[in-house]
Design a protein around this ligand. Sequence first.
Ligand code: SAM
Length: 293
Amino acid sequence: MSEAPGPSRPGALLGPAEIRDLAGRLDVTPTKKLGQNFVHDANTVRRIVAAGGVHADAIVLEVGPGLGSLTLGLTETGADVLAVEIDRRLATQLPDTVRMLQPEARLRVVHQDALTLRAGDLPAGARPTHLVANLPYNVSVPVLLHLLPTFPTIGRALVMVQAEVGYRLAADPGSKVYGSPSVKAAWYGSWRIAGQVSRQVFWPVPNVDSVLVGFERHEEPGDETLRAQVFALVDAAFQQRRKMLRQSLSALLGGSAGASDALTASDIEPTLRGEQLTVDDFTRLGRTVLAAA
Ligand code: SAM
């Protein structure tokens, strides 16, 4: 496509008419499989950019730029944006759309699946400082758990996700929605709900609610060996979340007596359930298990 999606206006964002027009010209029918719900509301875009703390010196990794709604909000701050899009038609069109509306924008597009993205797939030397995305909802947790360890220079993130997933990411132990994604996400940093988003800002309108979730990285509690051990314990504990830990971890720790010993040695009551443990508790347990191996 060579025609501009409207007059060239530096700093302009995409509205409902531009979104429909672009999708029509690209012959894109949004698919559920790729979580394609496009934002057409400038206020929402600017709210996400502000909540993400994006500034002119930021290097932003955006997953799933789609037609460019959020991308244009990011580039208008002057930030350097690295956009990773799996849909070839969208990835091919994006540089043209952004150049036409914001000729000065600093944008590089990578046509790839974010789930397999590696540092070497980004332009040479590009080290993202921020992750800001309206994530494809069906893969949002795996994408986050892949990108946070792959790009340790990302210190801050702001993502829009399905509400249920957002509350899970930000949940504290003891809460009903606290689960394996909550503990794994907490390995990398702290998470908070940063606001709710109306279904009406999307095209097509999704049949789920959305929230914004903010992330700030902290130092990881241990190395890759410990992380793998801790995540295996977390998976086992939450596979049978109603069971006491001495039962849910018995297969992994050599029977229920072995599990009780490891738990006790880590200052954890064997009768607790996984949903009552913090990431620090799981980490202590992981150290105990590795030390005994
Ligand atoms: N950022 C745009 C917006 O706010 O309007 C689009 C967001 S839409 C919810 C999700 C986008 O992620 C789509 O453009 C979709 O093609 C893309 N996508 C889906 N799965 C992906 C993956 N595994 N890797 C990269 N992009 C993906």
